[in-house]
Design a binder for this molecule. Structure first.
Ligand code: SF4
Length: 256
């Protein structure tokens, strides 16, 4: 080790296309402990390109823990070993000189690998399209705070709305369930007056789309909550189940 430099072995999942067979490939890097995890991969890719080798494909955008793009499984954990941060917020100081780090894509039937570490998470977009919106009437801009909302309720809605749609909950779940994600999106609207017009249709449509997209069932292991970078609580799943039950009863009554 030189100063705060770390010499690391990387075992990175390489897969050239969705249907090809992937495998771990070995790499060595020497990086500063102050480097972020994604910057470490950037440095590796610079070296690979200099050697005329194909760079490792991975996704990132904001690199501030907001956009939810940068999901990787690091040493078996979605977003790595530090709780409540996204991959882009992880720094190399959390590893030791000489460590071997396994880097894989999020693995779930509903998130097929596109290439190397990049997966297709458009199933989440389709769930949002099914019901993750509210009706807004046209006309003048309403006054701020025109609709009074209890502070505890607004805080709870805000906590649910903190979900960044990264998919770590799906990758952490042995069933590949998207219940934490869907429950956060349903909750943020179900708690607020603005979400009431489509409340029943929303939960039914989003759950139906979740099932159609091939996500698994929830068996209450709480792995999703443990790996969620935003600390989304499984209490949202209980609320989703209640919302879905009430919506189903109303639909059933209307059909009789
Ligand atoms: S619930 Fe958490 S882990 Fe799941 S998509 Fe939202 S932020 Fe990511």
């Amino acid at each position: 080790m030189n100063g705060n430099n770390l010499n690391l072995k990387l075992k990175i999942w390489r897969q050239s296309s969705p249907n090809s067979v992937g495998a771990f490939k070995d790499y060595s890097v020497s990086v500063s402990a102050d480097t972020s995890f994604l910057e470490m991969l950037d440095e590796l890719n610079n070296d690979l390109e200099k050697k005329n080798e194909l760079p490792v494909v991975f996704e990132s955008d904001c690199r501030e823990g907001i956009c939810g793009t940068c999901g990787l499984v690091i040493n078996g954990q979605p977003h790595g070993p530090i709780p409540k941060i996204a991959t882009c917020q992880l720094h190399m100081r959390h590893f030791k000189d000489g460590d071997t780090i396994y880097i894989e894509p999020f693995r779930a039937k509903a998130f097929p690998v596109i290439k190397d570490l990049a997966v297709d998470r458009s199933a989440f977009d389709k769930i949002i399209q099914a019901g993750g919106y509210i009706s807004v009437n046209t006309g003048g801009v309403p006054d701020a705070n025109e609709i009074p909302i209890n502070k505890n309720i607004s805080s709870e809605a805000f906590d649910s709305a903190a979900c960044i749609g990264c998919g770590a909950c799906v990758a952490a779940c042995k069933n590949g369930s998207a219940m934490l994600f869907v429950s956060a999106k349903v909750s943020q609207f179900a708690l607020l007056p603005q979400g009431q017009p489509e409340r029943k249709e929303r939960v039914e449509a989003m759950v139906a789309k979740m099932d159609e997209m091939g996500f698994g069932s929830c068996t209450n292991t709480y792995a999703c909550e443990a790996e969620c970078p935003k600390g989304i609580s499984v209490r949202n799943i209980a609320r989703l189940n209640r919302e879905f039950f009430i919506a189903s009863l109303t639909s059933q009554a209307n059909n009789e």
